[in-house]
Design a protein around this ligand. Structure first.
Ligand code: HEC
Length: 90
C-alpha cells in the first residue's frame, strides 16, 4: 500500500517537473516566462515556436497585457523575447 502511494506521488512530481521544465531554468528569461506568461494561459515552452514567430507573439502578448493592465516593461519584453528566440524551435 505504502509503495503504491510513494509510486503515485513520484509519478505526479515527475509529471509536474516535466511540464515546468524550461531551458536555462534559473535565467532571468525563464523566470519572467514563469511569472508573466502564466497569468492568462499555461506556461509557453520556447520550442513551441520559431524565433520569427516569437517576435510576432510577444508583440501580440504585449497588447493583451496592456489591455488587462498587466505591467510588462520594455526591459522585461526584451529579456523574454531574447530568451524565447535563443531557445526557439529551429
Ligand atoms: C493578458 C493575458 C496574457 C498574458 C499575460 C500572456 N498571454 Fe499569451 N495569449 C493570450 C491570449 C488571449 C491568447 C490567445 C490568442 C490571442 O487571442 O491572441 C494567447 C496566446 C498565446 C500564444 C499562441 C498560442 C500558443 O499557445 O502557441 C503564445 C505563443 C503566447 N500566448 C505566448 C505568451 C508569452 C510568451 C507570454 C509572456 C510574455 C504570454 N503569452 C502572456 C493572453 C495572454
Amino acid at each position: 500500500m505504502l509503495k503504491t502511494i510513494i509510486a503515485a506521488v513520484l509519478l505526479v512530481l515527475g509529471a509536474c517537473a516535466g511540464i515546468n521544465h524550461l531551458p536555462e531554468g534559473d535565467s532571468p528569461g525563464a523566470q519572467l516566462v514563469r511569472e508573466k506568461c502564466t497569468v492568462c494561459h499555461g506556461q509557453p515552452h520556447p520550442t513551441r515556436h520559431t524565433a520569427p514567430e516569437w517576435g510576432h507573439y510577444i508583440a501580440l502578448m504585449e497588447t493583451h497585457m496592456k489591455t488587462k493592465g498587466i505591467a510588462f516593461s520594455s526591459e522585461e519584453k526584451e529579456i523574454v523575447l531574447d530568451y524565447l528566440q535563443r531557445n526557439a524551435s529551429k
